[in-house]
Design a protein around this ligand. Sequence first.
Ligand SMILES: [Zn+2]
Length: 66
Amino acid sequence: MRKCIRCDSVMIEDCGIKVKGAAYGIILTDDENKWWGGRMGEPKVAICPACGEVSIYLEDVDKLKK
Ligand SMILES: [Zn+2]
């Protein structure tokens, strides 16, 4: 469960990201120079229904631990 960093409400998790006008999604990487090799996975989005705060997060945090 995620709580809003602004108002402490429970956020709606597991939302996706859609980039207007583009057919591809957003991928986060830990190293810009190896964009395809250092992939950390696709980000997910949580939205606060109370204040509209949008939070982008990674579900698989194991990939962040080195
Ligand atoms: Zn909020």
